[in-house]
Ligand binder design. Structure first.
Ligand SMILES: C[S@@+](CC[C@H](N)C(=O)[O-])C[C@H]1O[C@@H](n2cnc3c(N)ncnc32)[C@H](O)[C@@H]1O
Length: 252
């Protein structure tokens, strides 16, 4: 089974090197350019089977990353969601330059995205709720090599709470994968984004828009930030939105 997942990781990575769309391939859009997406059949891993595996393996940043999962104990925070893999692919494709950037990840779950951001050169604060932190720490420790270890710091952040322990506007990039799904958290999530953002900060959110309420979150986001869709993976139905503070609106 692990072999199968490594193949998935490779298939994602192969997206990088294709320039043309051919018959049978689905397409993604990266910053307005159409790029080919090599199809692969991950149906065997779909659904509960994928969620219940105790680990999953990916290839990013020229490394094999092995992520421990624990769906039974921790639920949604303890499995890797497609949105995280799609955003890792986007980052590896050069969707945004992370070298030396101060990055914070919200709702990191198992930590795959934050780990990849650190391997790509960013200084990352990888955050989630308290209950998720032990597994998160363990995955970061297992996958970020010792010489890069200071680049990946795990910290508790429950949206809307204790925000004073995070520098206001202190990050170049804010990352979030599949964190738009609980309507009751939307206000606190927006408050958190608002606190962490400077006028220069770039927010990248990868989302599967499952319900109408998820669209409502986007409307709320657009009230505070200028929002653009920069990538769509049609195979996995995952959108990536880039948001930046709407300086003009804020000054009104
Ligand atoms: C669907 S999981 C996505 C996990 C990971 N980003 C991924 O894509 O693999 C949603 C994550 O958001 C976190 N989360 C939910 N509500 C939160 C809150 N109020 N504050 C902080 N994190 C929260 C959960 O703990 C979980 O890790």
């Amino acid at each position: 089974m692990r072999m199968r997942q490594q193949e998935c990781g490779s298939a994602y990575n192969r997206i990088l090197f294709l320039g043309a769309e051919t018959e049978g391939e689905s397409s993604v859009r990266l910053l307005g350019k159409k790029m080919a997406l090599v199809p692969y059949d991950d149906s065997a891993l779909w659904g509960t089977q994928k969620l219940h595996q105790s680990s999953s393996v990916y290839n990013f940043a020229n490394r094999t990353i092995q992520i421990k999962q624990d769906w039974k104990q921790l639920g949604v925070a303890a499995v890797v969601w497609d949105a995280a893999v799609v955003l890792c692919t986007f980052l590896e494709m050069g969707g945004i330059d992370l070298q030396g950037r101060l990055v914070i990840e919200l709702g990191a779950g198992t930590g795959l995205l934050g780990i990849v951001a650190a391997l790509l050169g960013a200084h990352v604060t990888i955050t989630d709720r308290k209950a998720a932190l032990a597994l998160l720490e363990s995955n970061v420790g297992a996958n970020v090599p010792t010489d890069l270890r200071t680049k990946a710091v795990v910290k508790e952040l429950t949206w809307g709470q204790d925000l004073a322990s995070f520098a206001p506007g202190g990050y170049d990039v804010i990352l979030g994968a599949d964190i738009v799904y609980l309507e009751e958290t939307f206000g606190a999530l927006l408050q958190t984004l608002d606190h962490l953002c400077s006028d220069q900060t770039v927010i990248l959110l990868s989302c599967r828009l499952r319900y109408e309420r998820d669209q409502n979150f986007l409307k709320m986001l657009k009230g505070l930030f200028a929002v653009h869709e920069v990538f769509y993976d049609s195979n996995h139905d995952v959108h990536i939105f880039k948001a930046q503070r709407n300086v003009r609106n804020r000054d009104l």
